[in-house]
Design a protein around this ligand. Sequence first.
Ligand code: SAH
Ligand code: CA
Length: 215
Amino acid sequence: YLLETSVYPSEPKILKELRAVTATHPGGLMGTLPDAGQVLTMVLEMVNVKKTIEIGVFTGYSLLLTALTIPHDGKITAIDPDQEAYNIGSPLIKKAGVEHKINFINSVAHPVLDKLLETPDEHDSFDFAFVDADKVNYAKYHEKLLKLVKVGGIIVYDNTLWLGTVAVEEELVPEMLRESRHYMKELNKSLAADDRIRICQLPCGDGMTICRRLR
Ligand code: SAH
Ligand code: CA
């Protein structure tokens, strides 16, 4: 009901196309869902995001959505080691005419974040960060991103309910999800106790935690 009534009518056609091509990929279910996308769009607009960083691009749903939402001179640093998945979505990014806002870096995230941290000008310079990869490392990304995102800026962590597994007993969780579930539970606890940020954890998509840097 929610999707049919409130999400699909305003989802840009090009994002629907991107979802359609993503569905042909074996990992297609990893793509951001349009209800979560609607939250991202709202936040990007509310805080007038211009400079942003994305960890975990896949075929580019959240990336294209971000590029469509930020202003013409906005900039996105987008990081993912999977060039092949990115190649699936990049023709649509070009078609949308927003390619110039994107700096795609074909790499795992840590070395890129470390490089940014070596440059004093990059500190406190990002308005927004979207973290959607490599769940076991979220806590490490958090410490680095709190140095790169400015006071008042936003960090969004995706999949923080981890398919609902954070809310059930470990014995009921499939073996392959247990380690990531453990790290996600630890992250949720530490974000809730972190007085440098204000948080809002939403049950949309697979759970999404919005953090605002306070100091
Ligand atoms: N935001 C995407 C979904 C990302 S899925 C969307 O809107 O569709 C997770 C992605 O994280 C995968 O493409 C995977 O290649 C990438 N990934 C995995 N480990 C990573 C790492 N260490 N650093 C950056 N990206 C990583
Ligand atoms: Ca996700």
